[in-house]
Ligand binder design. Structure first.
Ligand code: SF4
Ligand code: FES
Length: 153
């Protein structure tokens, strides 16, 4: 599967914030959470000097799609999430997708594989036009992502 690989970088003294617009599902978590850094109406829209590096990293870690990431300038090492064992997190309707953290190889129906690292979201509403990945289409629908063990038995 070919992917549009636009990759942008924004640097302060300590880290470089990376942004891959094709992964962004416009969940708005970044600019609602840290308005001094993530400014969607400005160009460039990310100001890496707008808050402390610690606060920026905390906010980046909340990006549900993995569009935002970072690496340390001195070591070039990326977020710890890239290296961790794969984990899948389920949230209620607020974010209908399955959030995957870690490095995962996904086999697609045509037999090809794609490796995803860090953080990304898998569609579970069935509406994404970029399956198996979430493209934010669940928003604005009455999709009920609430789920628990009892319901599945
Ligand atoms: S998906 Fe990530 S980069 Fe895109 S708007 Fe949401 S928090 Fe920001
Ligand atoms: S869960 Fe987001 S598009 Fe389906």
């Amino acid at each position: 599967m070919s992917e549009n690989k636009i990759h942008k970088e924004y640097t302060n003294d300590e880290i470089t914030i990376t942004w891959e617009p094709n992964k962004c599902i416009h969940a708005k978590a970044c600019w609602k959470g840290l308005k001094t850094v993530f400014k969607p109406l400005k160009r460039p829209w990310i100001d890496p000097t707008g808050d402390t590096t610690e606060n920026i990293i905390k906010q980046i870690d909340k990006c549900p799609s993995g569009a935002l990431n970072y690496y340390y300038n001195n070591t070039k090492t990326m977020s710890e999430e890239v290296k961790q064992e794969p984990t899948v997190k389920m949230k209620a309707n607020m974010n209908g997708s399955l959030k995957v953290i870690g490095s995962v190889e996904i086999e697609l129906p045509d037999g090809s594989t794609v490796v995803k690292e860090g953080r990304f979201s898998i569609c579970r509403c069935g509406l994404s036009e970029n399956k198996p990945f979430c493209d934010g289409a669940h928003k604005g629908t009455d999709f009920d992502a609430n789920w628990n063990i009892e319901k599945s038995e």
